[in-house]
Design a protein around this ligand. Structure first.
Ligand code: MLT
Length: 419
């Protein structure tokens, strides 16, 4: 298989006396062969033209554009447009897209009644997935397969309303009234306004914070067939509507092995701080994980055998933002020490256990004033265009209903003996 001039070899299956080995190097587009590869699970069979990543080289591109360039020059909504529609927008297309999103930022007031019923300490991810699922009931034109196709409207609604809903949980946790969107603001500034503005005082959006948020959302916008994305595709493959599919993706993202990892990172750093801040002790514990059971969250990545390209960008952004904002947070100091110790330790270097995107994203969100239990919500806001693009692609290419192949490994026929 050749991608971008680089050749990849597929393994040749090892045969046995009765079954000769088969060469599967040409099977890329063929069907009918079932192999068990735990690493690929049920996502290995997906073709997609959205996001390219090369874990060996640490390359990530959206629709052929490098993540480094997009993070430096684009707005999050430009990237959303690119992912969803395949091309960067013209100025005219962009204004139309942005204005259409603005028109949908308000959420049905009756959804607030559902929200009011959640306990004050409900995890914002539980609230988010429930309310996004509820959107399919509040906007009943979302049912697919019947009547006019309103996919474009659902896309705009989701992009517009997710930040609004996301800020409600935070406001409630503070005992503050929710803020309605301020549509004169850009996407990131509007989110910051809804999060942090109070009716009793002026709130000035810090451009450093808004820019950092823009970069963070772009870096999280898609990452090909990971757990949440393949969930969105699989749910949508049954012709389930977009809201239900995205709600399922939000639930998948919540897990500590996926989007919940950056929350785990900060909680780990807090625990190290509470234990006296002896970073070297924890590095040693991680090296002896078999006996200590301690794991360093935010290090290593399933596909990146090199540095996660997003982590490089985010690390620089974190350094810039922390110094520009003059943030002096002992937990952030612990993070820096941990990173330095690990990056200079042969144990981590040999295993290529570099800090990943989750390690730095928590640090920077914290510096921006985003509470820890909102970190995964921020990931969801960033990932939304990617999920939408993947769902749309899967529907447009008329993929059949998903049904992961199973290799049965249980008991063979057994006789039932009554108790
Ligand atoms: C992501 O961005 O989705 C995560 O890095 C998880 C992954 O891609 O496996």
């Amino acid at each position: 298989l050749s991608v971008d001039g680089k050749t990849y070899q597929f393994p040749t299956l090892v045969g046995s006396e009765n079954e000769p080995a088969i060469d599967i190097s040409n099977l890329r587009d063929q069907t009918g062969y079932v192999t068990l590869d735990k690493g690929y699970k049920n996502t290995g069979a997906t073709k997609s033209a959205i996001t390219f990543l090369d874990g060996e080289e640490g390359i990530l591109r959206y629709r052929g554009y490098s993540i480094e360039e997009l993070a430096a020059k684009a707005t999050f909504l430009e990237v959303a447009y690119l992912l969803i529609y395949g091309e960067l927008p013209t100025q005219e297309q962009y204004s139309k897209f942005e204005n259409s999103i603005r028109r949908h930022t308000i959420v049905n007031e009756d959804m607030r009644k559902i929200f009011e019923g959640f306990p004050v300490n409900a995890h914002p991810m539980g609230v988010l997935s429930s309310l996004v699922s509820a959107m399919s009931a509040f906007y009943p034109d979302s049912y697919d397969g019947k009547g006019e196709d309103k996919t474009e409207l659902h896309i705009l609604r989701l992009l517009a309303k997710l930040p609004t809903i996301a800020t409600w949980s935070y406001k409630k946790s503070q005992g503050h009234p929710v803020n309605y969107p301020k549509n004169s603001l850009d996407y990131c500034s509007n989110f910051l306004h809804m999060m942090f503005a109070l009716p009793v005082e002026d709130y000035k959006i810090d451009p450093v914070v808004a820019e950092a948020l823009n970069v963070l959302l772009i870096l999280h916008a898609d990452h090909e067939q990971n757990c949440s994305t393949s969930t969105v595709r699989l749910v949508g493959s049954s012709q389930a509507n977009l809201y239900s599919s995205i709600s399922a993706g939000i639930s998948a993202l919540w897990g500590p092995l996926h989007g919940g990892a950056n929350q785990e990172v900060i909680e780990m750093l807090e625990a190290i701080k509470a234990d006296g801040g002896d970073v070297a002790k924890y590095v040693d514990m991680a090296k002896n994980a078999k006996t200590t059971g301690f794991r360093l969250f935010g290090f290593g990545h399933r596909v990146y055998k090199n540095f996660d390209p997003r982590a490089k960008i985010i690390k620089k952004a974190a350094d810039d933002v922390l110094s520009k904002l003059g943030v002096n947070d002992p937990v952030l100091e612990i993070a820096k020490q941990l990173e330095e110790l690990a990056l200079n330790d042969p144990y981590f270097v040999q295993r290529k256990l570099y800090p990943n995107v989750d390690f730095y994203s928590g640090i920077i969100y914290r510096a921006l004033g985003i509470p820890t239990n909102m970190f995964t919500v921020m990931f969801a806001i960033g990932r939304l265009p990617g999920w939408i693009a993947q769902w749309k692609e899967m529907r447009e290419t008329k993929e059949p209903i998903g049904r992961p192949r199973q290799i049965y490994v249980g008991e063979t026929l057994r006789d039932f003996v009554p108790m």
